[in-house]
Design a protein around this ligand. Structure first.
Ligand code: 5GP
Ligand code: MN
Length: 353
């Protein structure tokens, strides 16, 4: 979800980085050679994940007559939030799909930083004749045969837009709606520091091609089920703080989710609500998983505090200011593992500022 660009790139470097057509060549050649394409992404898909997948699917189906099939597949649960996206019903789940090929010419992973986050889709991705990793996470492990990773892009959907532009594929309303959704969600509604002039130029093209900002925003943020609104209020009310109120965190058990009749996806946004507190530099949601582990959603309020690096200590990753991991510890033990590390990070930041 939300993240900022890596500030170590200045704007000139960024333009060189994102405009370099060379890095797209291998991917575009692979599309030219593929009759069958498998597109997948990380478990727990979000707006950028699904928008990028479907944007590619619509574009390839429309503009590449040599491609016989494009199968979009996710491992694990699909959130309901994105049911408004065109083509969403064609996104299959690995657990229930019965029509998949044994091998595809091209496997594409979008918006996923590491192969283990592909879940059950990993073997089909890795088993494709060519595997392509299209992403914007700073922590991306370059696990594809072809890798198009642009950490300065606000969203994978922005990378997808650039690729379609390089391929000279004209946009239509379906492609535009999907890519716009990816960008609006990953920029927090054009609020975060990854909202660059290039992002705005990109969304201007998407709106011209038929994306409807009011409709998309309403579907994403203004049509929440009651259980989501109440769960979020409850989770925020339970926020705990360290002594300086620089770290805020909340702990969400399976029992709490079921008391509200809510799903995991309904927690999206809570970590940003905690970060909103003026003194908070790092916000964390600790969520119990169905397997009794602990999923972390973490946000930083400062470019100087790199939470992706902290998540890397636990096998996770993400972006400098928005990251996550699954800790092997049960819910009651996880805060004691993570909070001292965050205290250290925050005190380093306060010392230098
Ligand atoms: P969220 O908190 O919204 O689930 O995720 C924030 C960011 O961190 C997203 O860009 C997401 O892809 C990344 N992220 C979340 N969980 C994990 C994880 O377990 N591993 C890695 N590598 N990245 C994660
Ligand atoms: Mn993304």
């Amino acid at each position: 979800m939300a993240h900022g660009p890596d500030p170590k790139y200045n704007s000139e470097q960024k333009i060189a980085f994102t405009r370099s057509l060379v890095i797209y060549d291998d991917f575009i050649a692979a599309i030219g050679d593929a009759k069958t394409i498998f597109i997948t992404a990380h478990v727990g898909p979000d707006g950028d994940t699904l928008g990028s997948m479907l944007g590619f699917k619509f574009a390839f189906e429309k503009a590449c007559p040599h491609i016989q099939r494009v199968d979009c597949v996710i491992s694990g649960k699909m959130p309901d939030t994105y049911n408004f996206l065109p083509g969403i019903k064609e996104v299959l789940r690995m657990e229930t799909a019965t029509t998949l090929l044994d091998q595809y010419d091209l496997g594409i992973s979008v918006d996923c930083g590491s192969a283990d986050r592909l879940g059950l889709a990993r073997p089909l991705f890795e088993g494709a004749k060519i595997s392509a990793n299209i992403d914007h996470h700073v922590s991306n492990e370059r696990f594809g045969k072809v890798n198009v990773v642009e950490p300065t892009a606000a969203a994978s959907a922005e990378v997808a837009f650039d690729i379609l532009k390089a391929m000279k594929i004209p946009l239509d309303a379906n492609i535009a709606t999907c890519l716009y959704t990816g960008i609006v969600t990953d920029t927090g509604g054009f609020k975060y520091s990854n909202t660059t002039a290039k992002v705005m130029e990109t969304v201007a093209s998407l709106i011209s091609a038929g994306a409807d900002p009011e409709y998309i925003f309403k579907q994403l943020y203004e049509e929440q089920p009651l259980c989501q609104v109440l769960l979020q209020a409850d989770a925020v009310l339970r926020t705990q703080f360290n002594a300086g109120k620089t770290i805020g965190w909340t702990v969400v058990s399976r029992e709490m989710l079921s008391q509200h009749g809510a799903l995991d996806e309904h927690l999206d946004g809570v970590v940003e609500s905690i970060r909103r507190v003026d003194s908070v530099l790092v916000a964390v949601v600790f969520k119990e998983t169905e397997l009794g582990k602990t999923k972390i959603s973490i946000r930083s309020d400062s470019h100087d505090i790199d939470v992706s690096a902290v998540m890397g200590l636990f096998g996770g990753g993400g972006h400098r200011m928005a990251a996550g991991c699954t800790m092997e510890f049960p819910l009651q033990d996880a805060p004691a593992q993570l909070l001292p590390i965050l205290e250290e990070k925050v005190s380093q930041k306060l010392l230098v500022s």
